[in-house]
Design a protein. Structure first.
Lengths: 117, 117
DNA sequence: TCGTTTTATCGTAAATATACGATTCAGCAG
DNA sequence: CTGCTGAATCGTATATTTACGATAAAACGA
């Protein structure tokens, strides 16, 4: 008998107001790899803080993030890059500034993956 | 006005059959640090696989885990150590073997922390 | 006691991550 | 065009992670 692969939505916590449901499986090799990538990106206190900041305020200028953290500008930029490469955040160019915001879909995906454990 | 610090239970997903609720806050510097540690421990595909294995089967002999993964015994042992140091799993000595199992409390804690994002 | 089995630890090489200052790049304002 | 501001990237030093084989340690069974 085929093992039934779980799909997301096993826990639709915050009633998830926006976006459509993510139908990709939350188990299997691909899901494991994805979860590992997302978890790794979150695996540093500074990056957790950044995500928290971006969730609280809807979006945030890079400079404001630098002000909130006790780290050099270049270091914050590196952390932002890690989060961006994992897909957790997005940066929109706004004049000379860059406005960062979380990717709700990916954050939801992370929650679904962790929830499946 | 004081900012209300969130406490866990914002999402009590799998009806959480065992154990008492974890009343520690899911925000703040300590929570960030804790989430970073747990996420980092999960930040490798092999370790995600191990956790999945231990959740599926209730517990698992170290050797069985080695059999399931395409890695050397010493490497698996190292990954187990990382997970153990993060508190996600526990190893009980059973004769010459070691029986590993997840720490449900810590796994629940991780879910609460991720859910708070 | 002597092997056998099972797991942990050691030693090590290669890769990645982390932090910083210095520099570069991009987008305005004048 | 020139200079200013904000952000990214470079260069670099140090630390951590990851993988492996080899070795040690622990718990039995004969």
């Amino acid at each position: 008998m085929a093992i039934p692969i779980k799909v997301a939505e096993s826990c639709s916590l915050p009633p998830s107001t926006d976006g459509k449901p993510d139908l990709r499986p939350v188990e299997g090799r691909d899901a494991d790899e994805e979860l590992a990538i997302l978890a790794k990106a979150l695996g540093h206190p500074a990056r957790v803080q950044i995500i928290r900041l971006l969730v609280r305020r809807n979006a945030c200028i890079c400079g404001d993030i630098v002000d909130e953290l006790p780290l050099a500008q270049s270091t914050v930029s590196q952390h932002l890059k890690v989060l961006k490469e994992a897909g957790l955040i997005r940066g929109e160019i706004d004049g000379p500034r860059v406005n960062y915001c979380v990717e709700p879909r990916v954050l939801r995906r992370l929650k679904a993956l962790v929830g499946s454990l």
